[in-house]
Design a protein around this ligand. Sequence first.
Ligand code: PGA
Length: 241
Amino acid sequence: MNILRADNYDQLSKIAASKIIEKVRANPKATIGLATGSTPIGVYKLLIEDHKTNGTTYKQVSTVNLDEYIGISRDDPNSYHYFMREQLFNHIDIPLEQTYIPNGMAEDFLLECTRFESVIHELGGVDVQLLGIGQNGHIGFNEPGTSFKSRTHVVTLAESTRKANSRFFPSLDDVPTHAITMGIATIMDSKEIILLASGASKAKAIARLVHGEVDEDFPASALKLHKNVTIIADIAALQLV
Ligand code: PGA
């Protein structure tokens, strides 16, 4: 794993955005894996800025997202569909039909998981996958204990994850209990992975990722088995490394 040290969140966002822009310019038909959460918002702002200023085009790009809550409709402001449209898709020239996010309102979730895996396969795999990391080491919504062999599946969210995400909801009770997420094996199939971490709340997780064992109790540790992973983290997130 390659570690890039950023002075602060803005610099972290710049480094990550320029890697994605470079990828899209080199391969206008690239498949980019995207993440939600607070951390990638700065990256998305810079992609939009670059699209408007330098004309980087996403007309032929496809995107796949890591996860979605179950039971929240795509037009609900707390859905990841909504988040992606607001934070990125509505502000660049990507056709929405080339953006793939698991359907949290599917009638048949087993079918939805298989469908999502097929989408990724038909796109030829993910060229570069952006990831955040949970304080408990989750990637996507793969909580501690998830098999490294897992493909897209339905998960019960850890209480700590629901608490961390309750900041976006009126109350903890409103946070969904389940989600659908790419599995760890799905994430590991990505040709390249960029993991972002910002702030002191991620310091323990980053230290464990860098120095700890490969262990299913710490999902991000699977990344140590991948050949092309870059961690882009700021000083606060790297303080225990
Ligand atoms: P965050 O979420 O970017 O909001 O910290 C990351 C995650 O939980 O994977």
